[in-house]
Design a protein around this ligand. Structure first.
Ligand SMILES: Cc1cc2nc3c(=O)[nH]c(=O)nc-3n(C[C@H](O)[C@H](O)[C@H](O)COP(=O)(O)OP(=O)(O)OC[C@H]3O[C@@H](n4cnc5c(N)ncnc54)[C@H](O)[C@@H]3O)c2cc1C
Length: 402
């Protein structure tokens, strides 16, 4: 049995992994290669659903510049050990070993040339080679700690194991099979949970704001989005519900209800100064034509209307008036109504408190033989392949010892 949904489960295995996502499959392959008997159980009808839908269907499987600074956690040091021992270069080597074509899109983000399924096939091939068994459509009913090991009751029977690995991910996209199961297991064994919230998620805006920008959905522009200590220079997209695009997803991880987000709508420009230069070079040009060098015509019209600015030839404005227009157009402060929540979030901030977990092995400090890996832990990456790199690294760390 490698991947099955109906076979009889073994009565006992060395390593039982709950969750056949990115972290669980990496852990299974790693532990199996050490000669451990491994069983992976998942309640979904197929493995790696989030991998399949990731990166717009092309899976942004790692980032060339992965570093601990790209992760959020109550303990920012926790991720260092695992990331150092299984790096982006290790996963790239695995991708190359399987002959999967890939490319760098931007900012070190590596994507499959073809489709995300290549990464799921890679993981399944590694699990097959390691003789790890995978069983889908299997729900977990209870977990009991024994003197040594664990007893797990499932919809397909009871399995005893020496090591139990929880790899059930976070809460984002419940329709893809996400549950709070991992947090429940952590609570069962007295572990603390850092409060969770949807992250890498689009902002929603109030109805009145949406009405004012109803011609904009589909328009995108480069911005610097800043909130609290976060600042990201990427694309922003206007949607029918509010704002999305990489800059918005990134800053959503820093935002809290009621806070303002500041957007620099023309990063790299000092619009006040730039308009003065344009005035010196092309005094007869209309303001809207000059601004169309930076933004689309639709955005220019919208921004001018929002600030009540009439478009005239540049020579008809005074120098201080032009500077004031540049300053007003440059920045936009917005208090989002909220976020789209777990329905569309890519990840969950918070999770199992890393204080309870060994950063080297992912084993629970107070519960020998119990491991937590991947997104269920309070380690959350930026947008750009970092979350998968955490899944590979933490899965590998546990797989080496479980
Ligand atoms: C739309 C989208 C796009 C994304 N794109 C990227 C990207 O391009 N790059 C990137 O780095 N990250 C991306 N991410 C984030 C990335 O998918 C996750 O961080 C990563 O999958 C986490 O791996 P994991 O193994 O911890 O959890 P998951 O991959 O979520 O796997 C958890 C598994 O546990 C199973 N499970 C859950 N509850 C139970 C239960 N009660 N019983 C049994 N099984 C259970 C689930 O069915 C699932 O198979 C994306 C996420 C989304 C939602």
């Amino acid at each position: 049995m490698n991947e099955t949904s109906s076979s009889q489960l073994p009565e006992s295995v060395d390593v039982l992994i709950i969750g056949a996502g990115a972290a669980g499959l990496m852990c299974a392959a790693t532990a199996g290669q050490r000669g451990r008997s491994v069983l992976v159980l998942d309640h979904a009808n197929k493995v790696g659903k989030k991998i399949l839908m990731s990166g717009g269907g092309r899976c942004n499987f790692t980032n060339l510049y992965t570093a601990p600074e790209n992760f959020y956690s109550e303990n920012p040091h926790f991720c260092k050990s695992a990331l150092a021992r299984y790096t982006q270069w290790d996963f790239i080597a695995l991708v190359e070993k399987h002959g999967i074509p890939y490319h760098e899109k931007t900012l070190g983000q590596l994507f499959c040339d073809n489709k995300s399924k290549d990464i799921v096939d890679l993981l399944l091939a590694e699990c097959r080679a390691a003789k790890a068994q995978i069983c889908t459509r299997c729900s977990i009913q209870s977990i009991e700690a024994l003197q040594k090991g664990y007893l797990v009751d499932t919809s397909l029977g009871r399995v005893a194991c020496e090591s139990l690995v929880i790899a059930t991910g976070g809460l984002s996209i419940p329709t893809m099979g996400a549950t709070g199961f991992g947090y429940d297991v952590a609570r069962q064994f007295g572990l603390n949970i850092i409060p969770t919230r949807a992250a890498l998620v689009p902002f929603t805006q109030h109805k009145r704001q949406l009405e004012r920008q109803q011609e904009l959905p589909g328009s995108a522009l480069a911005v610097t989005a800043s909130c609290g200590e976060g600042s990201f220079n990427e694309q922003m997209l206007f949607t029918h519900r509010g704002l999305s695009g990489p800059a918005v997803l990134q800053i959503s991880s820093h935002w809290r209800e009621g806070q303002a987000v500041e957007f620099d709508l023309a990063p790299g420009y000092d619009l006040a100064e730039w308009l003065q230069q344009r005035y010196a070079e092309k005094p007869d040009s209309h303001l809207h034509n000059v601004l169309a060098e930076i933004w689309s015509k639709k955005l220019v019209q919208h921004f001018l209307r929002r600030h009540g600015v009439d478009s005239r030839p540049l020579k008809q404005y005074g120098a201080s008036e032009l500077a004031a227009i540049g300053n007003r157009l440059q920045t936009w402060q917005l208090v989002p109504a909220g976020t789209e929540g777990y329905r569309t979030a890519e990840v969950t901030l918070g999770g199992v408190d890393t204080d309870c977990i060994s950063s080297r092995t992912m084993e629970c400090k107070t519960q020998p033989g119990l491991y937590f890996i991947g997104e269920v832990l309070d380690v959350t990456g930026w947008l750009g392949g970092y979350n998968f790199q955490w899944a590979w690294a933490s899965g590998h760390a546990a797989g080496e010892v479980a």
